[in-house]
Design a protein around this ligand. Structure first.
Ligand code: FES
Length: 237
C-alpha cells in the first residue's frame, strides 16, 4: 500500500531511506542551510552595541575626567587661599616715606611713629642726660620699629619704669629695653635698634629711607643730626 507521501508526491526525508530518498534529504538539508544563512544575514546588531567603545577608551575617559575634576578643585582651593591671605592696601616697605615736618618733633619730646615706614622718629635733646635719655645725641634720628631679637614691633612706652627712670622703648615679646636713641640696655636683643637714613627738603619736610638701614649699635645717638647737619650731609652727597 502506498503511503501518504507517495500519494501526495511530496519528498519527506526519513532515517534509513533509500538512495532516492537520500537525494531528497540532501536537497532538504541544502534548503535548510540556505535558510539558516538567510536568517543569519538578517540579524541586526543594535546600534549601541555596534558603536560600543573599547574598554581602554572608557578607562581613558574616566581617568581624564578624574584628573580634570581634581585640578579644578585644587585650583579653586588655591585661589581661595591666596585671596584670603593676599595683602590689600599695604604699601610696599623698603623705599622713601614722608614722615612729617621738622617742627612736628619737639626737641626732647616723645618719639613719633609712622606706621607705613615702620619708623620711630625722635628729636634728641643733648640736655636730656637722664639714664635712658638722649645718650648725648642731638637732632633727628629714625629708628626701625623691628626688634633685633626676633622681629617684634617695639613701642615707645612712656610709663615703663626701668632703673628708676620712666620712658623707654620696650619690646613686649621678651623684654628687650632701649633708650630714646634706641640703644639696648636690657634683654636678649643682640644689638641696639637699627636706624634709617633721614633727609630733609628746603621746606623742612623729613623723609625716611627705609631701604638705607644701618644695624643698631652703641653709637646710635651719634647718628642723630640737626636740620643743618642733614642739609650738609645731603649737599656733600
Ligand atoms: S623680639 Fe624683642 S625681645 Fe624678643
Amino acid at each position: 500500500m502506498a503511503n501518504e507521501s507517495e500519494r501526495s508526491g511530496a519528498a519527506t526525508p526519513s532515517i534509513g531511506a533509500s538512495p532516492a530518498a537520500g537525494s531528497s534529504a540532501d536537497a532538504w538539508r541544502a534548503a535548510l542551510t540556505a535558510r539558516r544563512t538567510e536568517v543569519s544575514a538578517e540579524v541586526v546588531v543594535p546600534p549601541a552595541q555596534a558603536h560600543a567603545p573599547p574598554d581602554a577608551e572608557v578607562a581613558r575617559f574616566i581617568l581624564g575626567a578624574f584628573w580634570t575634576g581634581l585640578g579644578v578643585t585644587l585650583a579653586g582651593s588655591l585661589g581661595g587661599f591666596l585671596d584670603f591671605f593676599w595683602p590689600r592696601g599695604i604699601k610696599r616697605f623698603g623705599g622713601p616715606y614722608a614722615v612729617g615736618h621738622v617742627d612736628d618733633y619737639e626737641q626732647g619730646g616723645v618719639p613719633l611713629f609712622t606706621a607705613a615706614a615702620q619708623t620711630w622718629v625722635v628729636n634728641l635733646d643733648p640736655g636730656d642726660t637722664r639714664y635712658g635719655g638722649s645718650d648725648g645725641g642731638a637732632g633727628y634720628l629714625a629708628l626701625w620699629r623691628k626688634c633685633p631679637h626676633l622681629g617684634c614691633s617695639v613701642p615707645w612706652n612712656p610709663s615703663f619704669a626701668f632703673e628708676g627712670q620712666t620712658g623707654w622703648f620696650r619690646c613686649p615679646c621678651h623684654g628687650s629695653t632701649y633708650t630714646k636713641s634706641g640703644i639696648r640696655v636690657f634683654g636678649p636683643a643682640p644689638r641696639s635698634m637699627d636706624t634709617f637714613e633721614l633727609t630733609v627738603d628746603d621746606a623742612g619736610n623729613l623723609t625716611v629711607h627705609t631701604d638705607r638701614v644701618t644695624p643698631g649699635g652703641p653709637d646710635n645717638a651719634e647718628r642723630a643730626m640737626t636740620v643743618e647737619q642733614l642739609r650738609e650731609a645731603q649737599a656733600s652727597g
